[in-house]
Each structure stands twice: as structure tokens, then as C-alpha cells.
Write a protein that binds this ligand. Structure first.
Ligand code: NAP
Ligand code: FE
Length: 360
């Protein structure tokens, strides 16, 4: 994991020199949370101290689109920015990664990012996460929403952030709902990491620790949202989960969930985690020893399902339109995630999973 990761309260001020990776910074954020959490002020005060000029681009929304990324690229090039600092949840971090490649390769379009043979350089990228879920601060992935509405990730070693600052104090203002939906993204990463065909001895060690931390501290944090000690445990769990998927990739629940996020408006982590019990049941038929790792932590798949239900992640209501499900299923069957998931998956099995989440 090539990212230099610094972790703990007030961590930016303790490692401020390492933020100076160029002569002019492009700060990439969403509309509110970078300011609200104090992270933007902490970054700007370091840049001011070192007399580094910056431009602030604050137009990244959830599930970032090509347009958002192109606008950031054009601003960065026009302003001669030579490094990127992304502050926020996975959306600004992923958009910042895309922008860091596009600034260094002005001839490329966002579509070209998905063919890593087309680029060999990026400008340095620093991330400051304000959610605990995606692990994007330690991964070589960025997920964008294509013009046709499909969410899709690109991957390249160049977009491992150069430096990431993980400070739990930025996470204490998250609502209960955002805390839950982001934490179950991290939980999905670790569980999918264990089940993945690419799991290793090392990734399993990190995944087990991450799952145990989430099991213990997520219910606690949901009852005490401003507790920095609990927030610290979830931040660590989420980053460990990021290190896991940087090795193993994500599997079927992520692919199933992307459609639910885009077409039904359910946040990424929740849209993914709701499928975990059904994928665990399928993987158990093919590779029971992988599922046993999860059973050892929760007791059984049923007890794990009860844990998810009690968190409230199945409290949603939607229906599928005619033909919609057919499209989702075919997109999932064509995704790379399926190949990485132990077991046999066909049209009817995927359809069954999409229907079962409505019956929970
Ligand atoms: P997000 O989409 O970045 O942010 C969701 C919302 O939370 C935004 O409205 C944001 O506001 C707000 N927010 C962020 N931090 C906050 C805080 N501390 N307090 C209050 N509100 C806060 O959410 P996310 O779940 O972190 O990221 C999801 C994205 O990451 C998806 O596109 C997903 O596909 C992707 N992802 C990437 C990876 C990877 O490895 N790269 C892995 C998993 C998922 P503002 O807009 O004002 O900032
Ligand atoms: Fe995810």
C-alpha cells in the first residue's frame, strides 16, 4: 500500500510539511462538509503557512459525474495547479483522483481513465476523508457515474493517494443515517474481501480486525454520535477495509448495489450491504471455509442478518418498474465483480437476490 497514511486526532498539524507536494494546489470538495467539519480550514491554514496558493473547486456531488470531473480538470489546468487535495467522502476523493490524472494528461477524457494504458503520470494527490466508509484514502480505485447512468470504477496504481490524513474529529458531525450507510460500506469491503477469490492471508488478517471493530463500535457510535473514541475505531476499521479491497477488489454485492444507488437513490454503502446475506449463502455452497471466517465473528449467517436488520439498513421502500430488473441483471452478469465471487451466478439467482431485499 504505497500511500503514506497518517492517523489520529489533529493529524494534519503534526505532519503539515508533507502536504506541500507542489507549487499551487487544487482543493476538491463537495458543497458543505469540508467546511462544516473544519477539515478545509485545517488544510488552508497549512497552505497559508507555507505560502502555497490554491484554488478551491467545491462542486463535487454524490456519485460524481464526468461533467464534475471535467470542470475540475479545466479549472486545475487553467490555474496551473500541480497537485490536488481532495477533502470529503468517497465522492470528492474519487473525483480528485480522476482530476489528478486528467490534469497531467490534458488530452484525455474521463472515458480514457478506464484504459490505464493511456496514461503514465498523474499530479500528486492528497486525501482527507470526512466519512468512514469508502477507504478511498488508501485505494487505487475511483468510482465515477458515466453519462449513461452506470457507476463504474477505474483502477490504477497512480491514484493511490500520495498522502492521506485520517482524523476522526472530522467525522463527529455525520448524521446517524450517514454514519450507518458509510460504515456498512466499510463492512461490505471487509466481508467481500474475505469472500473474494483474490483474498490473501494478509488481507484476511486486516479484514477480520476491521469486521470486529465495526461489529463492536458501529452500534455504540449510533447511540453516541459525537464520541471521538468510537469514531476513531470506525475510521480505522474503514481504512483497514480499504487496504483489504486494494488487494482483493470488491465482489458481487458492490455490483448489485450500484444499480440500487443510481436507480433507487439508496446510498452506496447501504445499497451494497443489503445484499451481503444472500451472497454469503451462495459463497457458502462453493467455499464454506471463507464464510466460516464471518460466522466465527457473528455466530452464523442468520445472526449476521439480524445484526444488519437491527441497524435498520432494510428500512426502505421501492419497487422495480417493468423491464428494469432485466436491465440490472444483465449489467451485473457482465460486471467484473461476478468473476471475482466464488460460486455460480446466473440470471435467476441474481433476480432472486434483487427480489429478496424487498422482503426483508
Ligand atoms: P459521499 O458521496 O462522499 O458524501 C455523501 C454526503 O455526505 C454528501 O452530501 C457530503 O456532503 C456528506 N458528508 C461528507 N462528510 C460529512 C461529514 N463529516 N459530516 C456531514 N456530512 C458529510 O459519501 P461516501 O459514502 O463517503 O462516498 C460514496 C462514494 O464513494 C460513491 O460514489 C462510491 O461508489 C465511492 N466508493 C469509492 C471507493 C474507492 O475505493 N474509491 C470505495 C467504495 C465506494 P458534501 O457534498 O457537502 O461534502
Ligand atoms: Fe464501496
Amino acid at each position: 500500500m504505497p500511500t503514506k497514511l497518517y492517523y489520529g486526532k489533529d493529524i494534519i498539524s503534526k505532519h503539515k510539511d508533507e502536504m506541500i507536494l507542489g507549487e499551487k494546489a487544487l482543493i476538491v470538495t463537495g458543497k458543505h462538509s469540508a467546511k462544516l467539519t473544519g477539515a478545509l480550514d485545517d488544510v488552508i491554514s497549512v497552505l497559508n503557512e507555507f505560502k502555497i496558493p490554491y484554488v478551491h473547486y467545491d462542486e463535487i456531488g454524490e456519485n460524481p459525474t464526468y461533467d464534475m470531473v471535467i470542470k475540475g480538470k479545466e479549472l486545475g489546468i487553467k490555474e496551473n495547479c500541480d497537485f490536488v487535495i481532495a477533502i470529503g467522502g468517497g465522492s470528492p476523493m474519487d473525483a480528485g483522483k480522476a482530476i489528478s490524472v486528467l490534469i497531467a494528461n490534458p488530452e484525455l477524457t474521463p472515458d480514457d481513465l478506464f484504459d490505464s494504458s493511456k496514461y503514465e503520470v498523474s499530479v500528486p494527490i492528497i486525501t482527507v476523508p470526512t466519512t468512514a466508509g469508502t477507504g478511498s484514502e488508501v485505494t487505487e480505485y475511483a468510482v465515477l457515474t458515466k453519462p449513461n447512468g452506470r457507476k463504474s470504477g477505474f483502477k490504477d496504481v497512480l491514484i493511490f493517494p500520495d498522502v492521506s490524513y485520517l482524523d476522526p474529529k472530522y467525522m463527529t458531525k455525520m448524521s446517524r443515517e450517514l454514519t450507518l450507510t458509510t460504515a456498512v460500506d466499510a463492512l461490505s469491503h471487509s466481508i467481500e474481501g474475505v469472500l473474494s477469490k483474490k483474498a490473501t492471508f494478509m488481507s484476511d488478517i486486516l479484514a477480520k480486525e476491521s469486521i470486529s471493530l465495526i461489529k463492536e463500535y458501529l452500534p455504540k457510535v449510533l447511540n453516541d454520535l459525537e464520541n471521538v473514541e468510537y469514531r476513531e475505531k470506525l475510521a480505522l476499521a474503514s481504512t483497514l477495509a480499504g487496504i483489504v479491497i486494494a488487494q482483493t477488489g470488491t465482489i458481487l454485492p458492490h455490483s448489485l448495489g450500484y444499480r440500487i444507488t443510481i436507480h433507487k437513490g439508496i446510498r452506496h454503502g447501504q445499497a451494497t450491504a443489503i445484499f451481503l446475506p444472500f451472497v454469503l449463502e451462495e459463497v457458502k455452497k462453493a467455499e464454506p471455509e471463507k464464510v466460516k471466517i464471518i460466522e466465527d465473528i457473528f455466530g452464523s449467517i442468520d445472526e449476521f442478518t439480524t445484526f444488519l436488520k437491527e441497524l435498520g439498513i432494510y428500512n426502505f421502500k421501492f419497487e422495480y418498474k417493468d423491464d428494469e430488473l432485466d436491465l440490472f441483471i444483465n449489467e451485473v452478469l457482465n460486471s467484473s465483480h461476478v468473476k471475482n465471487t466464488p460460486g455460480e451466478y446466473n440470471y435467476n439467482k441474481i433476480k432472486d437476490m434483487y427480489n429478496k431485499i424487498l422482503e426483508m
